[in-house]
Design a protein around this ligand. Structure first.
Ligand code: ADP
Ligand code: MG
Length: 216
């Protein structure tokens, strides 16, 4: 069974149809790159796949669950089980330390994975930063915290929207290496939005969005 599925998604902002019947699926552990010009609807699609917004038409499935039947706390709980999110901006909470930011998704589920968070933070080179705050970190360090937060619950799917868009070449390589390594180890599938063609070519499959429709 696919870990993520979109069936005939349409999405309209005002009178503009931004997504025009997008269907896709992601298999367990698969890495898929989503490319396409700016404004083609990539971020909108990722928001819908993450259940952060509802499509005007069509369905999103996480494993066997139909996302549109849920809202509020049950939706958040299911998202935390299934989906890890990494955005271009890190969205860390400014008044929480590195360690506590990494633990945010497990708080919601009242789990106690402090040890695992510590181990992952060490893996991404942040063992010496645990008690720092996001404002004290570099861009690459913040994105590595966001990465740990995204993989901590072993989600079946990681949705990443240009996760290295704000980083220099060195940090881009490092964050991508860690993202793919952690996802593979933990069995998470990845849908990665990227403009970076060499990066896209490392994926198992490339999807191309053009003016709200998939063309590949
Ligand atoms: P991409 O990520 O591929 O650059 P987006 O999904 O961000 O594309 O945007 C697709 C289109 O939808 C663009 O024309 C954008 O202006 C429009 N759009 C995105 N979000 C909104 C919104 N919240 N309200 C109105 N229009 C939006
Ligand atoms: Mg975008």
């Amino acid at each position: 069974m696919s870990v993520l599925q979109a069936v005939e998604i349409h999405h309209t902002f005002g009178t503009t149809e931004v997504l025009k019947g997008v269907s896709l699926q992601l298999n367990p552990g698969e890495v898929v790159a989503l490319t396409g010009p700016s404004g083609s609807g990539k971020s909108t699609l990722l928001h819908l796949l993450a259940g952060l917004e509802r499509p005007t038409q069509g369905q999103v499935m996480w494993g066997g669950s139909q996302v549109s039947t849920l809202r509020g706390a049950p939706l958040d709980r299911l998202r935390n089980q299934h989906i890890g999110l990494v955005f271009q901006q890190h969205y860390l909470l400014s008044d929480l330390t590195v360690l506590h930011n990494a633990l945010v998704p497990s708080w919601i589920q009242a789990r106690h994975d402090q040890e695992e968070a510590l181990e992952l933070l060490a893996r991404v080179g942040l063992a010496h930063r645990l008690q720092h705050y996001p404002s004290q970190l570099s861009g690459g360090e913040r994105q590595r915290v966001a990465l740990v937060r995204a993989v901590l619950n072993r989600p079946s799917v990681i949705l990443a929207d240009e996760p290295t868009g704000n980083l220099d070449q060195h940090n881009t390589q490092e964050v991508m290496r860690l993202l793919l390594e952690l996802a593979r180890e933990r069995g998470s599938g990845v849908l990665l939005v990227t403009h970076d063609q060499p990066l896209a070519e490392k994926a198992d499959r490339i999807l191309r969005l053009l003016d709200g429709a998939l063309v590949s």
